[in-house]
Design a protein around this ligand. Sequence first.
Ligand SMILES: [Zn+2]
Length: 234
Amino acid sequence: MHPQVKKLLELQKVDQEIASLTKDIDSLPVEEQKRRRRLEELERTLAERRTQVQKTDLDARALDKAVRSSDEAIKKLNERLNTVRNNAEYQATLFQIEAVRKDRDVTQEEGLKLLEAVEALRPGVAEAEAAVAAERQVFEGFLAEAEKLRSSRAGAIAAVRERRKALAEGVPLDLLGEYEGLFKTRDRQAIAEVVDRYCQGCYNRITPNDEARVRGSSSVVRCGSCQRLLYYPG
Ligand SMILES: [Zn+2]
């Protein structure tokens, strides 16, 4: 086997090891972001519902205040009835009282409706709170698991990366670059064995000339179909 191809074959084993060690870890950031967005969405819903309850409650309080000040006005008008000097004034005051009372009743009705609305909104808030709490627990569990996975793999990944560094040393840079490109685009198999003149990367037959060159081991031979670097074992 060509000495550089032999080195690259060992490098490929290490790279496959790295790939399987990091595969699930590599997907963690995307997964985390997806889960974080879901949680934020639920938190937004909760905040909106809380705001709506607060706003409706404030409106109801404002109406209640208006009702009380109408009551105060009616009380004063009733007192005035005792001090009016003639019937016309008396009638006018009665009329005024009636008008204020009408307004007051309408306002009170509106206020009660708002209070009912507040009560009707509360279950939605409780539901959103429960959803946020549940999702947060799931999210925190995910973060803890992710961290556990990362730290448990950290040592193994660092060790195998050290091995890779040592193996890559001495391989000419252009050949190393070619290998790395193939490793990425050829499904983590840049170096392929030849069996009975067939490339085991793409299962196409190689030419007799290429076969002789692979056997000769004096040059790096590429598969004419898939460009993988070829070798005969032994
Ligand atoms: Zn091939």
